[in-house]
Design a protein around this ligand. Structure first.
Ligand code: COA
Length: 259
């Protein structure tokens, strides 16, 4: 049914897997549309109580947006594509049921943004999380500038977004970016254990509690996302964006010129 994701629904549990392991599960535009379709199927299933989101293989949760598509992203596409991702990720965030990101390796760029849209994050010991967009001459565009400071505070979010450097699982745990670290082989079992605990709680209390907590930062959030998308679109029009992406594809260091 899907080309880029897998959706399994059994009893109370849905497991959604980003399934492009040869591309480190990089999320391309087609994957975003499939995620949206999967969310419709999830919302229509009244038996579901929890969603687990993970990446195929043992190297990556999601290593960012697909760089080949980023290469083609000018300011016009930057605006459209980031708004679409923000919309779909916000849909995950606002599901009536809670979601658990089972982070099994790299969670970069849009991957970290996807994980941050989930209700709770578990990560394997080998995980690394970051917003590396700046290294490609752009900035985050799928919620990173709004969700990261809300989770870990403005100073740490600034450091991650402006340096582009990832943090390991231990540091992510200390910062509150993830809720728990587990050995790789135990990650899915831990995620399922937590999912079953959540499923055993009263459905509506979970739904309303989640909704109330999500309201907490409301007010400027939608404006923040809109602003982020405009700025991302602007960054897609720079020469340093072309240079950053070309350098990655050519496996060389970028030479940024500040334009
Ligand atoms: N988009 C498209 N393809 C990607 C990708 C992405 N975001 N990330 C990795 N891939 C591809 C690589 O190009 C490579 O493909 P190839 O075998 O056809 O050359 C394959 O996935 C394996 O990646 P590789 O870089 O060889 O693995 P690694 O273990 O040496 O490094 C990472 C892993 C995650 C550190 C590295 O792939 C990386 O930095 N990826 C890009 C991260 C990024 O900047 N994302 C965009 C944020 S907006």
């Amino acid at each position: 049914m899907f080309e880029n994701i897998l959706l399994e629904m059994e009893g109370a549990l849905a497991v959604l897997t980003i399934n492009r392991p040869d591309k480190m599960n990089a999320v391309n535009n087609a994957t975003v549309e499939e995620l949206d379709q999967a969310l419709s199927a999830i919302e229509k299933n009244p038996d579901l109580r929890v969603l687990i989101l993970t990446g195929a293989g043992d190297k990556a949760f999601v290593a960012g947006a697909d760089i080949h598509e980023l290469n083609l992203r000018d300011s016009v596409r930057g605006r459209i594509e980031t708004r679409r991702r923000q919309e779909v990720y916000t849909r995950i965030e606002q599901l009536e049921i809670p979601s658990i990101a089972a982070i099994n390796g790299w969670a970069l760029g849009t991957g970290l943004e996807l994980a941050m849209a989930c209700t709770i994050r578990l990560a394997s010991t080998n995980s690394k999380l970051g917003q590396p967009e700046v290294k490609l001459g752009i900035m985050p565009g799928a919620g990173g500038t709004q969700r990261l400071p809300r989770l870990i505070g403005m100073g740490r979010a600034m450091e991650m977004i402006l340096t582009g450097e990832p943090v390991d699982a231990q540091r992510a745990f200390e910062m509150g970016l993830i809720n728990k670290i587990t050995p790789s082989e135990a990650l899915m079992a831990e995620a399922k254990k937590l999912a079953m605990m959540l499923a055993s709680r009263p459905k509506l209390a979970i739904q309303y509690g989640k909704e109330a907590v999500l309201r907490y930062p409301e007010g400027s959030f939608a404006q923040g996302l809109a602003h982020e998308s405009y700025l991302h679109a602007l960054s897609c029009g720079t020469q340093d964006k072309k240079e950053g992406i070309s350098a990655f594809l050519e496996k060389r260091k970028p030479n940024f010129i500040g334009k």
